[in-house]
Design a protein around this ligand. Structure first.
Ligand code: NAI
Length: 339
């Protein structure tokens, strides 16, 4: 079995048709915010995943249409749409994995933190329901600012007495997807073979790609590495500006979210050596949450892996990101205790 972080085989299910799912266990996946810009293509990609047996699509509006549409695809999972608060319980019950792309996206000129007030409340209320109706599910948070929404989710679960740090994961996969694409372009190597860890957080300078650990190796100049780092950090803004007021990354995010959920499902199913980057509770630095490579297994995050050797440039980036990441984490924690 290949490591999912090495050659990204986790995406291969999209291309694999006629897959026999006889050996794969039953797995229910719930998507909260399923009718949105990310939610719809993510629902499509999860419908294509043979590891899913039940797909619950929840949103405050629009899910019956999305569910009817996606349900006609002739793959394994049974799709059900749920709409509005009173159907949230049913959507969540029995879920093995919950994916949260609910919330408002950025517009040009906005930072991820500008989304805080609306999205913090949405994530808080959805996590309260998760804590009640499927406390054992693996929860993957896409809603921004991830640097704050993951600590918010943790505090909500703690308040309900159901917090398990192994089962709460912030989705930073899009940063990895971008770093791989940009690196392959610059290094002129086969993108399918590229691996680049991305650590830290998921906003601006807190996104720290470790190009010194990229494979296959390439002789890039310091200037190239600087430019690649900046482009990875600003990748989201690049899309926000190109969409000119119509939102942020949705298609590439759905792809990244689907890769990450697939890795989580593989881990739950006992596939060994499934490694992805994710923003999780961590002791890798002095900060309580941090993104780094994690090994996924039957209980969720089985091991948070260290940073490995950093270049001097990366070491500086690491020190520079800590104050911002710390304050975003604290902002999330404070939000739950104040509201
Ligand atoms: P969108 O506005 O197109 O969709 C959001 C969906 O959430 C809508 O369908 C809306 O009805 C739904 N929603 C709102 N409140 C809800 C609630 N209480 N329960 C269930 N559903 C609810 O936004 P888009 O583009 O899909 O983005 C969603 C989130 O993902 C944003 O916060 C965005 O910043 C974030 N994002 C995260 C990325 C990452 O790398 N982690 C990358 C790109 C976006």
């Amino acid at each position: 079995l290949r490591k999912s972080s090495t050659v990204a085989p986790s995406s291969s299910y999209v291309l694999r048709r006629g897959f026999s799912s006889e050996l794969a266990p039953e797995r229910k996946v719930a998507i909260l915010g399923a009718a949105g810009g990310i939610g719809q293509p993510l629902s499509l990609l999860m419908k294509l995943n043979p590891l899913v047996s039940k797909l619950a699509l929840y949103d405050i509006a629009g899910t019956p249409g999305v569910a009817a549409d996606v349900s006609h695809i002739n793959t394994r999972s049974e799709v059900t749409g749920y709409m509005g608060d009173d159907q949230l319980k049913q959507a969540l019950e029995g879920s093995d994995v919950v994916i949260i792309p609910a919330g408002v996206p950025r517009k040009p000129g906005m930072t991820r933190d500008d989304l805080f007030n609306i999205n913090a409340g949405i994530v808080k209320s959805l996590c309260s329901a998760i804590g009640k109706y499927c406390p054992n599910a693996l929860v993957t948070v896409i809603s921004n600012p991830v640097n704050s929404t993951v600590p918010i989710a943790a505090e909500v679960f703690k308040g309900l007495g159901v917090y398990d740090e192994k089962k709460l994961l912030g989705v930073t996969t899009l940063d990895v997807v971008r770093a791989k694409t940009f690196y392959a372009g610059k290094a002129k190597v086969n993108v399918a073979e590229v691996n680049v860890p991305v650590v830290g957080g998921h906003a601006g300078i807190t996104i720290l790609p470790l190009f010194s650990q990229a494979s296959p190796r390439a002789n890039l100049s310091d200037e190239d590495i600087k430019a690649l780092t900046k482009r990875t950090q600003d990748g989201g803004t690049e899309v926000v500006e190109a969409k000119a007021g119509k939102g942020s990354a949705t298609l590439s995010m759905a792809y990244a979210g689907a890769i990450f959920a697939d890795a989580c499902l593989k881990g739950l199913n006992g596939v060994p050596d499934v490694v992805e980057c994710s923003f999780v509770q961590s002791t890798v630095t002095e900060l309580p949450f941090f993104a780094s490579k994690v090994r996924l297994g039957k209980n969720g995050v089985e091991e948070v892996l260290g940073l490995g050797l950093l270049s001097e440039f990366e070491q500086q980036g690491l020190e520079a990101l800590k104050p911002e990441l710390k304050s975003s984490i604290e902002k999330g924690i404070k939000f739950v205790h104040q509201s």
